[in-house]
Design a protein. Structure first.
Length: 289
């Protein structure tokens, strides 16, 4: 078994007009890359760290593609991202979650990640994504004093989203998202904020080809402490306490408890294939199913 990872942390968004600079996302990427080696037995030469201006859309896609192309039966592939998140509207009016790379227009959508993962067999390869960003925050509030990891929207963009959005894919690498059509409703309040309601019964699917551990719920944003993202810090705290042998539900429970020390405004989420979630986080699968 080989464990590989791509870790991305972006503070510097100076090349983009729609994303403010962050104080604590690059340290997240650096800390997670080191934690994989120290706690989860990844070889250092199998962990690719990409930060700030080096984290262009092309660089991230290339690293992700290489990692997944090299993955074989029994392997573990981990993609960690800390930075801004947004949404990508498709021609048919559906919206897919995105991560925002450092270069102008450098968003990467779930659909693109799904294309890379399409050749993976979920029976054999543990493909895990850990995202500390406003990748799916279901409330869009006008910017306040706190720095959140969400892409800036204009009032017109918010109005268009409220009018058009009918489908949100709740986890990545779902082979067929058609069953999720009309799984979301969006309303716009007088203050311009968007309130989203998603059918949470569709969060888990046997056809998912990845496991997603996410920083927040649909109706929340991801924020930071100034040193690390609240979610990343909670993960670090939990793993330092429990070690690397922990099931996904147990990890989620402990991270949700730990994050309350830093924020009361986000609840970490778990998405993926139900049959796999009882197995150990970032370990090779024990059996094929």
């Amino acid at each position: 078994m080989t464990k590989r990872a791509v870790c991305v942390g972006i503070n510097d968004y100076s090349a983009r007009s729609d994303c403010v600079t962050l104080p604590d996302a690059r340290p997240d990427g650096e800390a997670w890359a080191q934690l994989l080696v120290d706690a989860f037995t990844f070889d250092a030469d199998k962990v690719t760290l990409i930060t700030d201006k080096n984290a262009s859309r092309q660089a991230v896609l290339s690293a992700l593609s290489t990692m997944l192309r090299q993955s074989a039966a029994g392997d573990v592939a981990c993609f960690f991202f800390a930075g801004h998140g947004g949404r990508n509207r498709l021609a048919d009016g559906t919206y897919f979650e995105t991560i925002c790379c450092a270069d102008a227009g450098g968003d990467i959508s779930d659909r693109e990640i799904d294309e890379f993962a399409g050749a993976l067999s979920p029976d054999f390869v543990n493909f895990t994504l850990v995202l500390d960003s406003c990748h799916s925050g279901g409330v869009f509030d006008p910017p306040g004093d706190a720095i959140i990891r969400g892409q800036a929207w204009s009032a017109d963009q918010a109005a268009a989203f409220a009018q058009s959005c009918r489908l949100i894919v709740p986890h990545v690498c779902l082979s067929d998202p058609s069953a999720l059509q009309d799984n979301v409703s969006v309303t716009r309040d007088q203050d311009g904020s968007l309130q989203m309601s998603v059918d949470e019964n569709l969060n888990f699917s046997d056809s998912a080809k990845a496991t997603l551990l996410a920083a927040c719920r649909y109706d929340q944003n991801s924020s930071g402490t100034g040193s690390h993202g609240c979610f990343t810090q909670a993960l670090i705290d939990t793993i330092n306490q429990c070690g690397m042998q922990i099931s996904h539900p147990d990890l989620l429970t402990q991270v949700r408890q730990s994050i309350t020390k830093y924020t009361s405004k986000q609840i970490p989420q778990l998405r993926g294939r139900p049959v796999r979630l009882q197995e150990s986080f970032l370990e090779g699968w024990n059996y094929s199913i």
